[in-house]
Design a protein around this ligand. Structure first.
Ligand code: SF4
Ligand code: SF4
Length: 375
């Protein structure tokens, strides 16, 4: 095992391979507060990549209702239980990562779902009280909350899938950090399925190989955002490139949200993979739940997000989400305009922070009509 630095847990940790970061890292920010669970992203991915034989159950992108939704069943609960205590002191994780907690003779602490764990992709949808069969009942007043968690592969800096593969079939591309399975090398041992804590590698029984989200790399190579981003109805997603914390640039949208304002947080950073999909946490959910899911930065992230209406830069950047198919590596705000640019600072798009409002009079003298839908 090598010693590598993991900024998300504020310390070094053990990993199967030495630290080797890509030239630039594909990354994304999802604003959970805007997701409506329409599943358009899920279908956009499904119809693009996983409509073949043996892929019927595969959802490289899925959206689950937390706290009672999962895909596959209990993917997070099973590992959280196995991992043991997960305390933080300030920004430093005190527990063990899944690499440090690996049983003797294994590379990663993991578990493999049964077939039936994949049977109900939308289990727990919109559920805020648990199941009646298990004794749950509505109480008044009651803590009614749930939220939608959209998930794809995190294209982790320290992928557990890659670390666990005995064939060396999984690789992380040096040019963009996207993690792929070499279908020619894979022999279907499913160690990666067992190892990925997010359960984002799937076994294809027809081909006998493992398959996973490819971050729509043919689009990324053309400077375009993946299908699930482009089709997102709620405009909750933005894709781009993430720098190391010490190299963060305020004019890089992902750096700004993750490193500068610290409003977007990794999913279960304590697992130790340095995942590269970041979430703006939901502002209406009890903090202890969010603390376990997104780490110790949740309080700051929620306060910052809540203050966005009086924070024109943050509000402006949030207005850029979902406004173009192109990846926007640079941005700036000018008054009420948000401008997205390419690496050479050439303008790609401009978005007004406030939509123009036209108030029509109830009686329109020009046309001699009275509008019945006006107050
Ligand atoms: Fe591998 Fe899972 Fe990380 Fe994706 S989320 S890179 S499948 S460990
Ligand atoms: Fe949520 Fe967007 Fe997916 Fe709809 S398309 S479920 S809003 S992430």
């Amino acid at each position: 095992m090598a010693r590598v630095s993991n900024w998300q847990i504020g310390r070094e940790m053990s990993y199967w391979y030495p630290e080797s970061r890509p030239r630039r890292q594909f990354a994304a920010v999802f604003d959970i507060n805007k997701c409506i669970a329409c599943q358009t992203c899920t279908l956009a991915c499904k119809t693009t990549w996983t409509s073949g034989k043996g892929q019927e159950y595969m959802l490289w992108n899925n959206v689950e209702s937390k706290p009672y939704g999962f895909y596959p069943l209990a993917w997070d609960l099973n590992l959280l239980k196995a991992l043991g205590p997960q305390g933080w002191e300030g920004g430093v994780y005190q527990g063990r990562t899944i690499f440090e907690a690996a049983p003797a003779g294994e590379r990663v602490l993991g578990w493999r779902p049964d077939e039936m764990d994949y049977a109900n992709p939308n289990v727990g949808e919109d559920d805020c009280v648990g199941s009646i069969e298990n004794g749950a009942e509505l109480q008044v007043p009651h803590a009614v909350w749930f939220f939608y968690l959209a998930r794809i592969c995190n294209h982790c800096t320290y992928p557990a899938c890659l670390a666990s593969c005995p064939r060396g079939s999984i690789y992380k591309r040096p040019e963009d950090g996207i993690v792929l399975v070499d279908q020619g090398r894979c022999r279907g041992y499913q160690e990666c399925v067992r190892a990925c804590p997010y359960k984002k590698v799937f076994f294809n029984p027809m081909t006998g190989t493992s398959e996973k989200c490819i971050a729509c790399f043919p689009k990324i190579e053309q400077g375009l955002q993946p299908q699930c981003f482009l089709n997102c109805i709620g405009k909750i997603r933005v894709a781009g490139w993430l720098s190391r914390p010490e190299q963060a640039r305020a004019d890089n949208p992902i750096d700004y949200l993750v490193h500068v304002r610290k409003v977007a947080l990794p999913l279960f950073p304590q697992f130790g993979l340095e995942p590269n999909v970041y979430y703006i946490p939901p502002i209406h959910v009890p903090l202890p739940f969010l603390h376990q899911m997104f780490g110790p930065g949740v309080n700051h992230a929620i306060q910052t997000y809540r203050a966005a209406p009086t924070d024109p830069d943050l509000a402006g950047l949030l207005a850029l989400f979902g406004c173009t198919e192109q990846v926007v590596p640079r941005w700036r705000r000018r008054g009420d305009l948000v401008i997205g640019m390419d690496e050479g600072k050439k303008e790609l798009l401009r978005v007004p922070m406030r939509e123009p409002v036209h108030i029509l009079p109830a009686h329109d003298a020009k046309y001699g009509v009275t509008r019945t839908n006006c107050p």
